[in-house]
Design a protein around this ligand. Structure first.
Ligand SMILES: [Zn+2]
Ligand SMILES: [Zn+2]
Length: 284
């Protein structure tokens, strides 16, 4: 298996429109790896896409993705679903009088499907695409797993209940992917010791380079989102051989180079952690 990070940003991508901060100016000037599009990744081997942010079309176009066997959605939040029109762009056949559309299977854990019905019109949109034959919706019961090209994929709920992670297993290889929101999550034993874990970096309540507080103690985001410190605690519990942190937010104020230095610091503390960037590829 090989993971390709299609988008390493979070809810606020980099550059943020109209923003004149140091991070956004540098990203505008230098492009990759400083700029970041919305959260999405592709697992080569089973050829599975996870989530479709606004930039999904452009992300797939610049990627090494040739074959797409299916897509999993992790949760209903806008930064993970708003590129749904990618299914139209990828699969619609305009050439023939009798269209020969392609169809992509979309896997939704039961709770994600329920949330799609009540949030942001995702269910309505995907159902319309299904009626046209562009996607096929498959709702997965809790604990259900899918096998694609010899890789077993098991979605699992995090502590928050509405958000899912994914365990990929191929012979002795194990990959854990958590796209977002690890608030109060404690990984269970079956997920520990993976070859690679891809996790959201969490909110930088403190600057990880200086230790200085960046956010007020009562900032509302701290009431329901994992911080970078929480993430590092989860990294310790997971004991994965290698970790890539992604879902990197503009408002955390950390550039690609800053994060390279944070990774160095963590590696000195014995944690094999790197930070994702758009187009990054990691073998499992
Ligand atoms: Zn997100
Ligand atoms: Zn900015």
């Amino acid at each position: 298996m090989k993971v390709e990070i299609l988008g390493s940003g979070g809810s606020f991508t980099i550059p943020r429109p109209g923003c004149g901060c140091r991070i956004c100016r540098e990203a505008r000037q230098k492009g990759l790896p400083y700029s970041r599009t919305g959260p999405s990744l592709f697992v080569h081997g089973p050829n599975v896409l996870i989530d479709t942010p606004e930039e999904a079309k452009e992300q797939l176009d610049r990627s090494r993705v040739k074959k797409l066997a299916g897509c999993f959605y992790s949760h209903w939040h806008g930064d993970h679903v708003m590129g749904r029109r990618v299914w139209w762009s990828l699969n619609y056949d305009f050439q023939h009088t009798i269209p020969q559309h392609r169809t992509t299977t979309i896997y939704l854990p039961e709770q994600v499907a329920a949330d799609f019905r009540t949030n942001l019109g995702s269910w309505q949109h995907l159902s319309a695409l299904e009626e046209q034959g562009l996607v096929k919706l498959v709702v997965l019961k809790e604990g259900a797993r899918i096998e694609l090209s010899g890789v077993r994929i098991t979605p699992f709920p995090l502590a928050e209940g509405y958000v899912y992670g994914f365990l990929f297993e191929q012979r002795d290889r194990k990959l854990v992917i958590v796209p977002d929101d690890m608030f109060r999550w404690r990984p269970d034993e079956s997920l520990r010791g993976a070859d690679l874990a891809i996790l959201p970096m969490g909110v930088a309540e403190f600057n990880p380079l200086t230790g200085r507080r960046r956010m007020g103690k009562r900032h509302p985001v701290l009431a329901d989102e994992a911080t970078f410190e929480d993430t590092i605690e989860i990294v310790r519990q997971l004991r994965a051989k290698s970790v890539v942190l992604t879902h990197i937010e503009e408002h955390d104020g950390l550039s690609y180079s800053d994060l390279e230095r944070v990774a160095e610091k963590l590696q000195k503390r014995g944690l094999n952690v790197r930070f994702a960037f758009d187009t990054m590829k990691v073998k499992v």
